[in-house]
Design a protein. Structure first.
Length: 73
């Protein structure tokens, strides 16, 4: 998993720019809200399958979520 610190920050940034709460993102991604909270805090190891589901739920590409050069929304 490349640059997980960037991916965690980008996850929060895009979620907030979409006006989603952690609960809202969890519902869209079919994940538990505790998992979203732990991911954003860095208390949970990111896995490719999770990142893919989160990117789909946020309606962005996987590359937009993991690439440090991706612009903020």
């Amino acid at each position: 998993m490349p640059d997980t610190s960037h991916t965690r920050l980008r996850l929060r940034e895009v979620r907030q720019s979409r006006g989603l709460s952690q609960d809202g993102l969890a519902a869209k991604a079919g994940m538990d809200v505790i998992t979203i909270r732990r991911l954003e805090r860095g208390d949970f190891q990111l896995k490719w399958a999770m990142v893919k589901r989160l990117a789909e739920a946020l309606d962005i590409t996987l590359e937009d979520l993991i690439d440090p050069s991706s612009p903020a929304d």
